[in-house]
Design a protein around this ligand. Structure first.
Ligand SMILES: C[S@@+](CC[C@H](N)C(=O)[O-])C[C@H]1O[C@@H](n2cnc3c(N)ncnc32)[C@H](O)[C@@H]1O
Length: 327
């Protein structure tokens, strides 16, 4: 869906990048099936359901694999249908409800929305949510019911001070260090004074039992080149104090961190092993060790989980930081 409100909020990401976020980007004018920037002449396709506001020249730095390898992801991801929030998603959905103003009259930005599931769940509370992602893997319900924009979190194509709140779930891990700095600065820029930004990061891997056991077991198979993606990336941003300092540099005022310990459950050890070894980018690092490596790593990980948690349903401790920042 592309509402009149989204059209009115759309701004030129190329001009934004050229001014390094210092000048408010120009509003866009309708021109047939596109929006055109009156300043630089860039055209942004306006389809039936998705407004394409990606920077025409890209953004310096790392591009997320969701966009770089879009065909591979389109085939592998099951993104068309969204169910009710479960497990980790249910926990995060409650965090959004607890910490953000999601009621009627509020304008909220979902930064790196993926299939749009958090926006679909959160908008029940009345807020108008705009979902932005670099890749077009939106669920059918999102295409029909949500305002959707393609765009880059490092050049948010919206005016300064437009949103009451913003959130970003499992996105920051995709950015390199300069990209993260730019992302935080952009999140601060598009919020109204007093607006709130929420994201969460996993605590260090040792505090997240299943991930830790899997990584140790697989590392023992490949001691000279251990697959450390999980420790390095999803569990590599655990220093919440450093993130708070970065947020303040980006223009936020008060920040807060709540560290939460919960239990994660799975039907059996093999599901955990398959989830981590085959369903995350750890898989690429394992497959680099040869044709048999994925099956061997999955089995070793399943054995290690079963040895510690048993052969039936398994429960392990998980720990994350919920970080909120006020503009
Ligand atoms: C792990 S998914 C999370 C999606 C969604 N927030 C959720 O939790 O269901 C990460 C998302 O971040 C998006 N992403 C990564 N880097 C991005 C960037 N620079 N600009 C916009 N989106 C980005 C990816 O395309 C992907 O959809």
């Amino acid at each position: 869906m592309i509402s009149d409100q989204l059209l009115a909020l759309a701004r030129c990401p190329r001009c934004l990048l050229q001014s390094d976020g210092q000048a408010d980007p120009p509003a866009l004018c309708r021109e047939g099936q596109a929006l055109r920037c009156p300043a630089c002449g860039s055209r942004y396709p306006c389809g039936d359901a998705i407004l394409d506001l990606r920077p025409p020249d890209g953004v310096d730095g790392r591009e997320t694999r969701y966009a770089a390898d879009a065909d591979e992801f389109a085939a592998a991801l099951d993104f068309r249908a969204v169910g009710e929030p479960l497990l980790g998603a249910a926990v995060r959905e409650r965090w959004l409800r607890r910490w953000l103003p999601l009621g009627p009259g509020k304008l909220v930005l979902d930064i790196g929305a993926g299939d749009g599931r958090f926006a679909l769940w959160s908008r029940r509370h009345g807020a108008h949510i705009i979902s932005l992602d670099a890749a077009p893997f939106f669920a059918n319900a999102a295409l029909a019911e949500l305002d959707l924009a393609l765009g880059d979190v490092r050049a948010l194509p919206f005016p300064t001070g437009a949103f009451d709140a913003a959130y970003s779930i499992d996105v920051m891990e995709h950015l390199d260090a300069p990209g993260l700095e730019r992302f935080f600065a952009e999140a601060a820029r598009v919020l109204k004074p007093g607006g709130r930004f929420l994201f969460s990061v996993w605590d260090r891997i040792e505090e997240n039992e299943f991930a830790d056991v899997v990584v140790r077991a697989v590392a023992a198979l490949h001691p000279h080149d251990p697959p450390m993606f999980l420790a390095r990336t999803p569990h590599g941003h655990y220093d919440a104090a450093a993130l708070e300092a970065q947020l303040r540099t980006a223009g936020f005022g008060a920040t807060s961190v709540e560290s939460l310990t919960r239990e994660s459950t799975a039907p059996d050890a093999l599901s955990v092993a398959v989830g981590y070894c085959q369903g995350t980018p750890m898989r690429n690092e394992i497959e680099a060790h040869g044709a048999e490596a994925l099956a061997a790593a999955t089995q070793v990980a399943a054995d290690a989980i079963a040895a510690r948690y048993g052969s039936g349903p398994v429960t392990g401790r998980i720990r994350a930081h919920v970080i909120t920042a006020k503009r």
